[in-house]
Design a protein around this ligand. Sequence first.
Ligand code: HAM
Length: 420
Amino acid sequence: MSKQKYNKPRGMQDIFGDDQLIWTYIVSNFESLCKDAGLAKISTPIMENTELFSRAVGDSTEIVNKEMYTFEDRSGNSLTLRPEGTAGVVRAYIENGMSSMAKPVGLYYASEPVFRYERPQSGRYRQHHQLGIEILGDSSESTDVQVICLGARLLKNLNIKSKVSINSIGTIQDRNNYIEVLKTYFEKYINDLPEINQLQLQKNPLRILDTKDPDIIEIVEGAPSILDYLSKDSSAKFQAVLEMLEAYGVYYELNSRLVRGLDYYNDIVFEYISESGAGKDSLGGGGRYDGLISQMGGANTPAVGLGMGIERLKIEIDAMGFKPASKKTDVYVVAIGGLAVTEATIAREKLLDLGLSVGSNFTRKSISDQLSLASKKNSKYALIIGEKEAKEGRYILKDLTSGSQQALELESITDILKPS
Ligand code: HAM
């Protein structure tokens, strides 16, 4: 046997078989919820000019510093495979003049590949795929609630037990005030902090709150809460969102250390956390980004959105042992012999033209073998063509439930089978 020469890149996956069924189940569920909510689908290029991501996501973030797949094209332009979906959508919104559309502009994207050079492990890949929503042009808390509820509804529809972890990081001014308070607090513990956190203290102390390092968790837990530094307006907005979530019945938990790993957020930030124990990372997350569109050169436009990782949703569904049913086969075409296979090939195409689902496998050289495949596929009918049937132009249509069969011309068969 020859040795396999090629492997997929580390941290990337082939998706096939039952995995594809689950994938489609997740994506179609999400798309149907987005359509019901009146959102329009958008696709953006898989890569953008590098500067878009470094400016939007933030120079001091892990994503921009360590995780981007960046390369020069043949003209020497620096391009980056998208490490998240929001920046590209914002760029497209500005570039295509969507600001002249009736507001808010509600967009969604589904199954978009996203690339981050992370250490691969379960639920953490170098290529993952996101479902996302971005609603631009509405600053009301009602939109925050709409976005959070849509993500929660998807999880509920997929039977994934989860809660929403939620926080407010206030306005830019609130955050800057809080950062000063945090600096003063963490400086007291500077000698206890690992090098990475000492660096974060210089560049962006909020990142220290993200730590999972058990050695400093106590210090981090003792840090002042951002909720005590919110302006009156941000505080009121946060309260309003929480009240609506409560009234509607979304299971949420306040987490004053939730700051998210991207720099563009203000006010509401949230993540969906699994309650099943199947995966350890967040299932999705998002928040408000009122400053990003103007920062990217567009008009001042408030916005809010979310992104969810399909792979992480799939881990939850796999852990439940759930398998979506594959589509039923309407008719299975069975043929033995040269002329019969030719006739069957044409018949199969005509049946497909009618919109029927059609199975066949002419590599199996016995009728009983092919019929057993038909029953494995749960086919309602078998269309059987042997040499005799091929010559006479009358094929056998067998009802696989009752076992009854009749010899008919293809025209009569299509009349019986065609969907009403
Ligand atoms: P994010 O939290 O960085 O947010 O990613 C969103 C989701 O993508 C995560 O919650 C997770 O489900 C999935 N994800 C992230 N990294 C990986 C990975 N390495 N492997 C597998 N899944 C992963 C964003 O990207 C924002 N753009 C979300 C957003 C949209 N905020 C506002 N609008």
